[in-house]
Design a protein around this ligand. Structure first.
Ligand code: ADP
Ligand code: MG
Length: 253
């Protein structure tokens, strides 16, 4: 039996005034995959995340999450999607005025108001920090952390709600290659140990080859997906646009 995809963007169209971002976006992601979204700046990668969690409306088409259309959901239903889909926005930072523990607890408190006990919150925060390799740093301040630790803590914040899928929008931006590679190891480990489906926006070819079970390549001209596949094959693809992308990326890396 083939399982229905966890996410399915179907015939999706989105424009901001005259500016078309998507003109028939179509792809699906299955449970357990580690998919990287690749595309030039302005191709709509960040918009994709915001539409998926219902922060931006679509013009037409559907976004099915676990078989249900996000674009038709009310706020209460979207709440449930945002619990099941963890996300790290592009450039997302921790709140400097809060401790790391309070940062990680933030989503838990917001999603559960007063239904979750302080004890349960503490337990989940500790567990979440441990899962990203930062046990016991609850009392530290974000300003005390290195760039790599900040990213891990932000991922811990996203994971505290025990999601099924995590969408990371350029998580390795600004990190040195070694720290970035460690982040890749973490992401792979989370995928395997928590059976977490992972979607990552990245430009780093090294990351793509290391972690992506599949790459989805977006194009600014057609405003849709131009190619998808396992990284090795996509890099050798006959499609000149796909080749060019990998070639250009490898030169700039
Ligand atoms: P990227 O692939 O670099 O993440 P984005 O998804 O951020 O691209 O943006 C895609 C296009 O949509 C860009 O041209 C951007 O200027 C435009 N855009 C994004 N958000 C908005 C918005 N809220 N209002 C108007 N235009 C937007
Ligand atoms: Mg972006």
């Amino acid at each position: 039996m083939t399982q229905a995809p966890l996410i399915h963007f179907s015939h999706l169209k989105k424009a901001f005034g005259p500016k078309v971002v998507y003109n028939g976006l179509e792809f699906a992601i299955r449970r357990g995959e580690t998919v990287t979204i690749l595309g030039p700046s302005g191709s709509g990668k960040s918009v994709m995340l915001k539409m998926l969690i219902g922060l931006l409306e679509v013009d037409s088409g559907a976004i099915l999450f676990d078989g249900r259309d996000v674009t038709k959901m009310n706020e209460l239903e979207l709440y449930d999607v945002r619990r099941r889909v963890a996300y790290l926005f592009q450039g997302a930072a921790l709140f400097d005025s809060l401790t790391v523990g309070e940062n990680v607890a933030y989503g838990l408190r917001e999603q559960n108001w007063n239904t979750m006990s302080d004890e349960e919150i503490r337990r989940r925060v500790a567990q979440s920090l441990e899962s990203v390799g930062l046990p016991g740093i609850e009392e530290m301040r974000p300003s005390d952390l290195s760039g790599g630790m900040k990213k891990r803590a932000a991922i811990a914040r996203a994971l505290a709600l025990d999601p099924e899928l995590v969408f990371l929008d350029e998580p390795s931006a600004g990190l040195d290659p070694i720290t970035s590679s460690e982040l890749d190891d973490l992401i792979l480990m989370l995928n395997r140990s928590m059976n977490l489906t992972v979607v990552i926006v990245t430009h780093e070819l090294e990351s793509i080859f290391k972690i992506a079970s599949r790459v989805i390549l977006l194009d600014k001209e057609t405003r849709s997906v131009i190619a998808e596949g396992v990284p090795k094959e996509l890099a050798k693809s006959d499609d000149p646009r796909a080749r060019k992308f990998f070639h250009r990326e490898s030169r700039s890396a």
